[in-house]
Design a protein around this ligand. Sequence first.
Ligand SMILES: [Zn+2]
Ligand SMILES: [Zn+2]
Length: 390
Amino acid sequence: MSAPDLERINDQVIGWRRSIHAHPELGFQEHATSELVERELTRAGVATQRVARTGIVGLIEGARPGKTLALRADMDALPLQERSGEPFASVVPDIMHACGHDAHTAMLLGAAVSLAPQRSQIAGNIKFIFQPAEEGPGGAKPMIEAGVLENPHVDAAVMIHVLPLLPAGVIGWRTGPMMASADEFRLEILGRGGHAASPHLGVDTIPVAAEIVSALQRIASREIDPLESVVLSIGTIKGGYRTNIIADKTEIAGTVRCFNESLRATIPDRIARIARGICDAHGARCELSYELGYPSVCNDTRLANLVADIARQTGEVREVVELPAPRMGAEDFAFFAQLVPGCMLRLGVAPPGLEDPPMLHSPEFRLEESSLRAGVAVFRELALRLPSVL
Ligand SMILES: [Zn+2]
Ligand SMILES: [Zn+2]
């Protein structure tokens, strides 16, 4: 592809990104976004399919046989009032692209549209997965259930997520754990109500809840190998009516995050054992409900090394850095990476000159648009080179 053609694509990517940014849509409501993606892919001659309501899959079949690579972008926004000050800020009240999914969609679309005339240089197939609802309730799983990893069978999946902690144009990678699993629990503690002046006639769930909250902290600090990472945070505690009433019911709820899937499976029993033990000691009862969310993202070692090598040889990339540690956030790309070798890359988007750039999910979040060139270039190089070495 000639340099002027690539320049035109990069300009288009900025245009798409701004248009998507100004018109953000929540999970499974990405109607205008997926229509834009579908329209541009069709115009470029890329075969498309609608999957999982608002999801779109584009397929380029290379001229020569080879493996199938899936490149994935998410399309949904967050329920947040934008305060970025950008001229193309959201025109929709209380909805904002604060996680950069507008950039992910535009970069992948730019790669797909620019690769369409280059079929003769592609060995194998490239599947472009535009996924709904990453921020919840999750679009990866329904896309997989609808068969997105088959026909043709996907041999590897790669995604890029922007990160304001890295300078613009820098690619971050690592092997092994990349993002944590994220599960939620709710614990209802049941006692006996009565007058607060006669606590001995009731079973007060407030002090029972207080004991449980502090005891649960000892799962991470005393029960689990200190070299493993587990976060258990109580986000809400709700109980009681007024100062002179014994609370017959208190509910605590929280999130649990870790990287090790076998350790993850032991956490519900640990919470239940501690909560029941404390309730028993005080004559209360409890009911635990535990909801498994996204699994952890683990980058396949061989694939991640291949991807990093290709990124290092990609012209627009400023630098490829190995990330020192995973992050405790979650990503439903995990469902793809559980079934096929997966690799999640980070793209630095910090605006130059800002010492403390606003983070993802902040109403002030903004990104350095020139960094999107590196994302498009990496997607393109991976499509041209990865399927023949998988
Ligand atoms: Zn997010
Ligand atoms: Zn995100």
